[in-house]
Every structure is written in structure tokens, then in C-alpha cells.
Design a protein around this ligand. Sequence first.
Ligand code: KG4
Ligand code: ZN
Length: 334
Amino acid sequence: MLVLGIESSCDETAASVVRDGRVMLSNVIASQIDVHRKYGGVVPEIASRKHVEAVIPVILESLEKAEVTLDRIDGIAVTCGPGLVGSLLVGLSTAKAIAYTQNIPFVGVNHLEGHIAAVFLMENPPVLPFVALVVSGGHTNIYLVEPEGKYTLKGQTKDDAAGEAFDKAAKMLDIGYPGGVVIDKMSKTGNCRKYDFPRAMKDSNDFSFSGLKTSLLNMLKKRSTPLAPEELPDVVASYQEAIMDVLVEKTLRVAVEASVSRVVVCGGVAANSRLRERFREDGDRKKIDVFIPPPVLCTDNAGMIAAAGYTLLKRGIRSDLNLNAVSRWHAARG
Ligand code: KG4
Ligand code: ZN
């Protein structure tokens, strides 16, 4: 079964053709990072316009790279939330138009379920059940994922997402955009034990990152001189470690509590090199198998949407042509 996936929830226009939910035949991503960089964050109105420009060329390229024509596509999967509504609508309306004119079944996919499904594109994917941490620019959620697409929310952030904590810190320190990528790279030469940043809500499986952000702000305010370039790596490495400590500890704890020995970590922040190292080390120690998709499948892409859509389409789930885009929506099918 060939599924065409389409993703446009934030600042990446992406399309991908996936065979049987497992084999990615193409994975085309048009990133808008350079457009938004000068504003220091995603500007929703500009994002929608850029999606309009990119969506058709990106879909055509994904078909070409997969060496298939539309008449070979058995189903279309498209992100319909959560995300920026104006951006989502571009992918969604395009998917509907193709589905309607070509008479192809289509299904709306939850972006978070998409991030989790990226793991099925790996060579040795985990069997269900597993615990999944979805950690991105908009979400920090822990789910217990069980057969038949059952997602139970076990923990979530009470304020900022982990990706936001990265992006806002980089903005405060004026070190570049997008923050997560810059901090990941800069931390490699820093001492992550130099500064003591707070680890919030230790005894809960929920997260809070706003205190961490404030503590960095206070540290900067208290100084009489700005941070020197040579001091930055220690600051960002210590800040990053505070985020990693809570992500790793809480996710593995949920797995132990649920008596599940497999953990999936996905979403843009899962591209972080220290996160990948820490989860492997701590997972080994706790005898928990950790599955993290390759970085290109952690950040937004359409392969993951096609993979998630495949399991829905195979179960006979179809969306109606009046399906709407939604800005907030948990992965929560029962
Ligand atoms: O999943 P994603 O591409 O989009 C959303 O669904 O939000 O995640 C984007 C987030 C941004 O906050 C970005 O800074 C973060 O993922 N990110 C990283 C890294 N690469 C992307 N954070 C830490 N380390 C990275 N290497
Ligand atoms: Zn995402």
C-alpha cells in the first residue's frame, strides 16, 4: 500500500511516499528557517504564504523521487492538527483537492501521533506497548502507546515546551536561530556541571520549564558585564543538561511505573545529540530499550505522517472532505 504523506503544521512544507507504513520511498522537506530567522521565530502569516508557494512543487518532487505517479497512490495522509491553523489549512486543502479529484481515500493525522510513528520507519522498530516522549517546539508529552492506536497521556508540560526552552534561551543569549540546534552544537565544548539550573517538579511526571528560563534571565540580569563568548558553552551546556535530566528521568520512570521496557523518544528536540546519548546511557542502566528515529525523522517531516496515516487507513479509517484544521489536539485515540 502506497501512502502519500503531507505535512505543513509549522514552518516545514513536506511530502513523502511510504510503502506499507515502513519503507520511505521519498522524503522531501522545504524548510522556511531562513525566512523566519530574521524575526527570531516563526511568523504565522509568512509561514502560510510560504506553504502555498511550496506545497505543489514539494508533492510533485516527492512523487518523482519515489518514481510513482498519483494513480499508484492508495491513500493520502495529511496533518490536520495541532499546529498553526493557517499553515495546516494549506496542506489539508491540497490533500482534499487531490483526494477528491483523483478519488483517493484520505485521512487526517494528529501531528504528535505522526512524530511517534516516525519510529516505524526505523529498521528495527519496537513492538507495542511502549512509552513515548514527544518533545518538540510546541509539546513535551509522555504517552503510553498500546495496540489499536490507544494513547494514554502520562505527563505533559505545565507551561513551556522543551523546544521553546531551547529557543527562548538562545534568543536571550543572542546566539542564533533555531535555538535547539545552536545550543546542541555549542554545548559540545562546554562543562555541563558548571552552573546549577533548576530541575522542576521532580516528583511528578509533568514538566515545567518556565522557572528554568527565568533562572537564566536572572543570572544574566545579575551580572554587571555581558557574558563573554568563552563563557557561553558552559552556560548553555549546563542549561541543556537541566532539560535533559528531567526528560530522561521522568520518561524512564513512567516506563518503569507502567512495567514497559521500551521507550520511544521523538519530535524535534530528539534530534539533540546529548539527549540521544543520555537516553541510551540511562536506558541501558535501567534495562530499558530506547528507540530514537534518526534526526531527519525527529524534526518535522511527512514520512512520519504517511506512517501514522497508513495504520489508520489500514483500519478503514477515512476522513470526510469537510475535515477542519485544529490548533490544539492531543494524541488520544482510544
Ligand atoms: O518537531 P519540530 O520540528 O516542530 C514542532 O512540532 O514543534 O520541533 C522543533 C523544535 C524547535 O524548538 C527546535 O529548537 C528543536 O525542535 N530542535 C532541537 C534540535 N533540533 C531541533 N532542540 C535541541 N537540539 C536539537 N538538535
Ligand atoms: Zn513537530
